[in-house]
Design a protein around this ligand. Structure first.
Ligand code: NAD
Ligand code: IPM
Ligand code: MN
Length: 378
């Protein structure tokens, strides 16, 4: 029997509840189809941080490199200052394993109501490929007030302080923060090439590139050049270059226009929460942080939703569908499709609905319903 070894990080808030259901569903499908997933649990997250002062160290990341896949619930906790867990765990993994693709399908499933009046599953069905290791996420920047400043790279800090002096006129009694985005041609080309390949393999006809090259020309001209270069290799594909602000409007007005959307890290982050809303909510939106040759991480698009912690009201479907994406990545295509089918049917039947879907089913009841449906389908 084939055995896959997967690291699990349940994380904070609703993370443990939704990941428990994801593991349940993957276990059920693997039993039905005759393969095995061996889970190793890691307690990274708020409690671990508050107890040890640590997020992820180099040794932990090295340890995680033993796995082909990581399954993450979500991190973030009101007891911890924003950024510490998000950067120290989620971004640490994305960057360490060079997971340069963030694959985020936006698909309204039958039986789910989109907040968009008059739009159905035929209209809301596209994929966002979000660049995942560069842009404004690289952590380069700093802050300073009149007399002191702290940041990451001494040289850049000093240079920027000089530049800021010219640009904004530094006032010794005020404070300043700056954050630098970088996009490399090499990384832009590989993530854009992935989006074209994916589009071609999935019978799509249009690839839309997102940026704000109109106001951030340094960073996004590199991005656009890479797009034009790669697009030339796919003459059959229609292409367009759109600004992120207008795109957020078009996502709402004409979602049917979109097939493949490729976006820089930060705009991709924002636009995909909007996309999640179009498909019925964050509780339904999966994602995969992919390095085709390396350790990849699968997680719901949402975070730890602390206000729902322990209440068993969160919808586990985003996590369950992320589990399907993980199985697809591991090569268990049939298992992945089966999970998607079971989720679709449970949603279409509409008997078991969590709170976000207008029902009162508990998190585990949704997981159980999907497991029952899997057994019926095989
Ligand atoms: P969030 O995605 O956690 O939740 C926003 C809202 O969406 C929730 O309050 C809830 O109303 C709804 N929601 C989210 N998941 C749901 C589910 N499964 N079922 C039903 N409703 C759901 O975003 P936030 O509140 O901005 O962030 C909370 C924490 O999560 C923060 O610390 C943030 O940094 C972190 N975060 C982590 C990740 C990650 O670990 N990958 C991703 C996003 C946010
Ligand atoms: C996401 C989250 C993350 C991001 C945070 C938690 C680092 O919002 O996965 O969309 O901004 O990428
Ligand atoms: Mn996000």
């Amino acid at each position: 029997m084939v055995t896959y070894r997967v690291a699990v990080i349940p994380g904070d808030g609703i993370g443990p509840e939704v990941i428990r259901e994801g593991v349940k569903v993957v276990d059920a499908v693997s039993e039905l189809l005759g393969f095995e997933v061996e889970w190793s649990y890691y307690e990274y997250g708020a409690d671990y941080y508050l107890r040890t002062g640590k997020t992820l160290e180099e040794d932990d990341l090295r340890e995680l490199s033993r796995y082909r896949a990581i399954y993450l619930g979500g991190v973030g906790d009101p007891r911890v200052e924003p950024g510490i867990l998000e950067i120290g765990i989620v971004l640490a993994i994305r960057f360490y394993f060079d997971e340069y693709i963030n694959l985020r399908p936006i698909k309204l499933l039958p039986g789910v109501r989109s907040p968009l009046a008059g739009k159905g599953p035929k209209d809301i069905n596209f994929v966002v490929v979000r660049e995942n290791v560069e842009d404004f996420y690289i952590g380069l920047g700093g802050r300073f007030s009149g007399t002191s400043y702290s940041g990451r790279l001494e040289v850049v800090r000093s240079l920027y302080r000089m530049v800021l002096d010219l640009k904004v006129g530094v006032d010794a009694s005020d404070e300043y923060g700056f954050q630098i985005g970088v996009i490399s041609g090499r990384n832009a080309r590989r993530v854009i090439r992935f989006s074209f390949e994916y589009a071609r393999q999935h019978g799509m006809r249009r690839v839309s590139l997102i940026d704000k090259a109109n106001v951030l020309p340094h960073i996004y001209s590199v991005w656009r050049r890479a797009f034009k270069e790669v697009a030339a290799e796919y003459p059959e594909m229609e292409t367009e270059m759109l600004f992120a602000d207008a795109t957020s409007m078009w996502f709402v007005k004409n979602p049917e226009h979109f097939e493949m959307v490729v976006a820089p890290n930060l705009f991709g982050d924002i636009l995909t929460d909007l996309g999640a809303a179009l498909q019925g909510g964050l509780g339904l939106a999966p994602s995969g942080n992919i390095n085709p040759e390396g350790t990849s991480m699968f997680e719901p698009m949402h975070g730890s939703a602390p206000k729902y912690k322990g209440l068993e009201v969160a919808n586990p479907i985003a996590t369950i569908l992320s589990g399907a994406m993980m199985l697809d990545f591991l090569g268990e295509i049939e298992a992945a499709r089966l999970i998607e089918k079971a989720v679709s049917e449970v949603l279409l039947e509409g008997k078991v609905r969590t709170r976000d879907l207008g029902g009162s089913a508990r998190t585990y009841e949704m997981g159980d319903a999907i497991v029952r449906k899997l057994r019926e389908l095989v």
